[in-house]
Design a protein around this ligand. Structure first.
Ligand code: BMA
Length: 385
């Protein structure tokens, strides 16, 4: 989908609406008049997305042509050998710069801390801090199985039981209400909603989770996705989300689209990839990224490597000779907006660098490469490019 003339005019109108970093989260009168239906954009799942959210999408799309944002899960919350220390970041301690993008997870919402021990109150503060510094936040959710109360990895079938009309529907909506409450609290001191890339029900083409392919049909998965969007966007009037889908390790367009709720329900085409354990898999990653980037381009969407890594970063040149080589495999594979590596929990379970790690000097080369973007490289992500 190319940007229509109408969308362009609407975006132009929004650009002119205010110069402040934060504008009214509701559609302004001017933009309502522009469209006549209250819509402020025709690009996104949410036609009422806040200006900052539309701008984030536009910037991610623009940047994906020439670079890739580096992201790290839980980067500010803990690293190898430390937890919740203001200002600390393993990535910054290796290369002198913060990541451009951060992943957070809402699994165990309703408790005080998430499934990996990150306090939800602190998580909100870190998300605000990231936004204040111009970085980007993404949120995933390893939610417990709503039927068995087992964890996300309990793949007993549950999706059909929580869809509209089913016995556990309203119970599951209470969980989504808690997600909504968390997201609504993501505001700046002057009340501006902080845009978030929302990435629910990930790796759904694999079998490990209760929303995975051995536990529900494609129709049930798609219905779960749409129900979730409707609940957040329409019931809760949340308008600061970009919706990202992320199957794992896909090889073809048909595989990608096998479980896919439709273009009207997805802003960002993502992929998780955990097979980069040998150099011989670099072409496999490159080709998969190319498939995804072509699909995204044809739909006017953004493509992203939403999770990547190998536990404990097994090769000293992994950052440049594996990851960057895969991303830059060809002209298409490079058209992704970001690559996020998973968390640094310990010396036995980490996916990012930390000071003293065997791959630290290669990470410096990865950081120096003009193609990789860290916090200091970012343009204003929340103003129109
Ligand atoms: C997995 C591991 C687990 C963690 C889960 C959710 O890949 O890192 O330790 O609980 O992700 O973050």
């Amino acid at each position: 989908m190319a940007i229509s003339k109408k969308s362009f005019i609407l975006i132009l109108a929004l650009t002119c609406l205010g110069g402040s970093a934060c504008r009214d989260s509701q559609p302004s009168r001017a933009s309502e008049q522009e469209d006549g239906k209250g819509r402020v954009n025709e690009l996104l799942v949410d036609s009422l997305a806040t200006p900052e959210t539309v701008a984030l999408f536009q910037n991610l799309r623009a940047l994906s042509a020439s670079g890739v944002l580096f992201g790290h899960q839980d980067d500010l919350a803990y690293g190898v050998g430390w937890k919740a220390v203001d200002g600390r970041s393993d990535v910054k301690e290796v290369c002198g710069d913060y990541p451009a993008l951060y992943g957070w997870d809402l699994g165990d919402i309703g408790r005080s801390a998430n499934l990996d021990g990150v306090d939800f109150g602190r998580m909100k503060e870190w998300i605000r801090e990231v936004y204040g510094r111009g970085g980007v936040n993404t949120v995933s959710m390893h939610l417990d199985n709503p039927l068995t109360a087992g964890d996300a990895w309990d793949n007993s079938p549950a999706v059909r039981s929580i869809l509209p009309g089913a016995a556990h529907h309203s119970g599951f909506l209470r969980t989504l209400d808690q997600i909504a409450a968390f997201l609504k609290d993501l505001r700046t001191p002057d009340g501006c909603f902080i845009p978030v890339v929302f990435r629910p029900y990930h790796e759904h083409n694999h079998d490990w989770s209760w929303w995975g392919k051995s536990s529900c049909t494609a129709e049930e998965y798609n219905a779960l996705w749409r129900m979730t969007v409707r609940h957040l966007r329409d019931t809760h009037s949340i308008h600061h989300l970009l919706y990202a889908i992320s199957p794992q390790e896909i090889r073809s367009e048909s595989e990608y689209l096998d479980r896919y709720p439709g273009d009207a329900w997805v802003d960002i085409l993502g992929m998780d990839y955990y097979k980069l354990w040998t150099k011989s898999n670099v072409p496999d990653l490159g080709k998969a990224l190319g498939v995804m980037a072509r699909l995204a381009e044809a739909r006017g969407k953004v493509a992203a490597l939403t999770e990547v890594g190998v536990e404990n970063v097994p090769a000293p040149d992994w950052w440049t000779a594996y990851l960057l080589a895969g991303i830059r495999y060809d002209a298409w594979s490079g058209k992704i907006a970001w690559a996020l590596v998973w968390r640094n929990a310990s010396t036995d379970h980490h996916f990012g660098p930390y000071p003293g790690h065997a791959s630290a000097s290669d990470f410096l080369a990865f950081h120096r490469d003009p193609f990789t973007l860290f916090e200091r490289d970012l343009p204003g992500m929340y103003a129109f490019p």
